[in-house]
Ligand binder design. Sequence first.
Ligand SMILES: Nc1ncnc2c1ncn2[C@@H]1O[C@H](COP(=O)(O)OP(=O)(O)OP(=O)(O)O)[C@@H](O)[C@H]1O
Ligand SMILES: CC(C)(CO)[C@@H](O)C(=O)[O-]
Ligand code: BAL
Length: 279
Amino acid sequence: MNRISTVKSIQDEVFALKKQGKKIGLIPTMGALHEGHLSLVEQARQQCDVIIVSIFVNPTQFNNPSDLANYPRTIEKDMDLLSGHGVMFVFAPSVEEIYPSDYVKPAIDLGALGLVMEGKFRPGHFQGVIEVVKRLLESVQPDAAYFGQKDFQQLAVIHYMVNYFKIPVAIVECPIVRSDRGLALSSRNMRLSEAEKEQALVIYTTLLFVKAHVADASPEALMKQAVERINAAGLKTEYVEIVHPLTLETLTDKWIPGAVCCVAAYCGEVRLIDNMLVG
Ligand SMILES: Nc1ncnc2c1ncn2[C@@H]1O[C@H](COP(=O)(O)OP(=O)(O)OP(=O)(O)O)[C@@H](O)[C@H]1O
Ligand SMILES: CC(C)(CO)[C@@H](O)C(=O)[O-]
Ligand code: BAL
């Protein structure tokens, strides 16, 4: 497994491998890797010949400076965790490498996709995600790129961006990996105490509660109950939205197949997100 830090070097490697007919899979991450990331690697291994994991804490997608400052950075541990998982390259560029002085921000209007949920509570977040994902895809030029459904809205935005700019890559969605008791794995979980990890389970149990009650309550009523349940457990809910899986429009009185319940809540200082297919 080689660690590469420049766009030029990763391009040289990829171009040579592509010439040999190899299929390239990219897993973009911000590091502090866990089993959720490894599941993306494993899925990529089943479909690609060459696996590249990028590790880059992208400053432009953080709307909150303290979130960026506190984001865990564990590159040596990450390299250890990845070894034995068939990864050929870890691409870990600097901020200057990703955003050189002549870098031009992509111009794209995400419309409603970028204004709801994460877009509403983390202003500028998706513009930053688009900047970095477009730059990574154009730098590495993979055949397929793997993303987790834990970041459900991010996937919707990335699909839109790839279509909009006609980037020739397959976007592969990977299911959410949870702890034994249901907490969605996340790099930010490292900042939770054991007691907070216990408390945060209410997000999962609330998603299960919503799923179990679709036949006897409206989306609107269940969103309200979900907020109450999460807050009653001591978390601070930012939003609970039950949405159309493609347009992300909030459902009110009628259910549709494929409805997804999305949650963002603070457990102490740590902001957690999760979602579940409920409709
Ligand atoms: N529990 C998980 N199951 C499946 N995919 C996941 C999981 N956690 C993260 N991913 C995916 O891994 C990729 C990289 O995510 P990232 O590095 O931001 O980790 P993270 O755990 O989501 O961190 P955080 O939520 O704390 O920012 C994303 O596509 C993300 O959706
Ligand atoms: C896709 C991504 C790596 C871009 O920085 C990030 O948003 C993430 O980890 O989900
Ligand atoms: N996985 C989402 C990255 C972020 O929270 O910025």
